[in-house]
Design a protein around this ligand. Structure first.
Ligand code: ADP
Ligand code: ADP
Length: 233
């Protein structure tokens, strides 16, 4: 469960205009179920574009992407979001309560179901802390939250959803040091046994990844684990 395949995927921003930018030329790979793939490479190389295609945040222009053999263009966005957890810098927060935001995709869940879901991933204390830490105003209006608070909510949401595929942009710079530690522990638990794509900034993530993709010049320039890539140098 959670096998992700790219076949000759290409992507161009603003195609056919003066601003046209070809970012991905011809990207092919198979991510095995449970594999953690670290995406590294220079700014502007196309790492974010790759993960935005997997999450269907962008439409696929050229080539095919599939999850467990199902072509992504045949899968509805809603069913895709049930299988996929996405944590990016601009996390999706809507004008609901903190709890509603955490329970995104499970809005009809009862209080008991939410507590059970939280306990199943050892996130119960984390989520209670999160909820109780906000004043009434913030509790009522998720959209008024700081970037760091949004990241924590997105993290709690991802934990609860127990996704098959996890997408993580590691630039969690807005989280304070203490919370950062909490989140890092949770992230390690989330990565285990789950196909994951991490836009990696931390050396520890890069070292622990099953495979590293060096993204550059429109494609995967090099791939291998940390030891393999170090030997090539
Ligand atoms: P990375 O994540 O590796 O830094 P991105 O995938 O964000 O790279 O960006 C790849 C290239 O696409 C960059 O040259 C960037 O300027 C361009 N780009 C990214 N987003 C857009 C956009 N919305 N419109 C036009 N160009 C974009
Ligand atoms: P809408 O169609 O409602 O505008 P978008 O596809 O534009 O939704 O996505 C809105 C936000 O949701 C984006 O910031 C995106 O990063 C985030 N997002 C996309 N996929 C997921 C997901 N599977 N889980 C959580 N957030 C997601």
């Amino acid at each position: 469960e959670g096998r992700v395949e790219f076949h000759h995927v290409g992507f161009t921003y603003d195609e056919g205009t003066e601003a046209e930018t070809k970012v991905l030329e011809d990207v092919s790979f198979v991510a095995q179920p449970g594999e953690t793939i670290a995406l590294v490479g220079p700014t502007g190389a196309g790492k974010t574009t790759i993960v935005n295609l997997i999450s269907r945040f962008y439409d696929i222009q050229k080539g095919n992407i599939s999850i467990d053999g199902y072509d992504l263009t045949d899968v509805t966005i809603n069913s895709l979001r049930r299988q996929m957890g996405v944590m990016t810098q601009d996390n999706f927060i809507f004008h609901g309560t903190v709890r509603e935001n955490i329970m995104y995709g499970k809005l009809d869940a009862t209080e008991e179901e939410m507590i059970a879901a939280a306990k199943a991933v050892n996130a119960h204390d984390f989520i209670m802390k999160l909820e109780n830490g906000y004043d009434t105003e913030l509790k009522a209006r998720g959209a008024g939250l700081s970037i760091g608070q949004r990241q924590l909510i997105a993290f709690a949401r991802t934990m609860i959803s127990m996704p098959k595929v996890l997408i993580l942009d590691e630039a969690t710079s807005s989280i304070d040091t203490h919370t950062e530690m909490l989140v890092q522990q949770g992230i390690q638990a989330l990565l285990k046994g789950r196909t994951s794509f991490v836009i990696a900034h931390r050396l520890s993530t890069i070292k622990n990844a099953d495979r590293i993709f060096v993204i550059n010049h429109g494609g995967i320039q090099e791939s291998g684990n940390h030891n393999e890539l170090m030997q090539k140098k």
